[in-house]
Every structure is written in structure tokens, then in C-alpha cells.
Design a protein. Structure first.
Length: 116
């Protein structure tokens, strides 16, 4: 079982930036990918970005392309989400998922609030 821990959320004004971190425990040689999802109040959880663990291929939701950047540090078992030009509609709880052959493991989430 992979333990997943997110950090880095907070309150920021529109146009500002935040960087989220997601650390995973356990042996990483079997990890497929790490991803970020978000869930706003009253809405379903939605995909934000993901990155493959071995070769670093990144994928983004259209709503964040050009503003968010996902990256990883294999030595630290950590994935980052750099969020720039934040908008009020980016307000949500952000969750990290780590996918292995056993399935996906989720963190507890970190709140991001963007004020207008």
C-alpha cells in the first residue's frame, strides 16, 4: 500500500501562484504514474494533470494548460504541481493519486482557495 501525502495548499489572490507537493512512500519501481485531481464544492472530482513515473510524460486538462506544470523528483518520491495565473474557478480540494499495478492510492487532499 502506498501512502500519499499532499501539501502546499492555501489562500491566494487571483493571478497568484502556488506549488503543491505530493510525497509517496514505498518502493517506486512499480509506480506507473502520479496525478492531480480536484473537487470543488458541489462538483465531481476532475482530472487536472498527471505524469508518468519512468519517462516523465505529462498530461493536462484543457482548463489548466499553459498555467499549471506538473513535475516529479524520482529521488524524493515526490510530484509537484506548479500553479500560476490562478483563477477563482481553480478553488477546490486538490488530491494526489499514485497508480501502481495494485491500483490507485489517494491522499487526504489539500485546499486551494483563490480569491477574486
Amino acid at each position: 500500500q502506498v501512502q500519499v501525502t499532499e501539501s502546499g495548499g492555501g489562500l491566494v489572490q487571483a493571478g497568484g501562484s502556488l506549488r503543491l507537493s505530493c510525497a509517496g512512500s514505498g518502493r517506486t519501481f512499480s509506480w506507473y504514474r502520479m496525478g492531480w485531481f480536484r473537487q470543488a464544492p458541489g462538483k465531481e472530482r476532475e482530472f487536472v494533470a498527471s505524469i508518468t513515473w519512468t519517462d516523465g510524460r505529462a498530461f493536462y486538462a484543457d482548463s489548466v494548460k499553459g498555467r499549471f506544470t506538473i513535475s516529479r523528483n524520482n529521488a524524493k518520491n515526490t510530484v509537484y504541481l506548479q500553479m500560476n495565473s490562478l483563477k477563482p474557478e481553480d478553488t477546490a480540494v486538490y488530491y494526489c493519486e499514485i497508480v501502481t499495478p495494485s491500483g490507485g492510492s489517494w491522499g487526504q487532499g489539500t485546499q486551494v482557495t483563490v480569491s477574486s
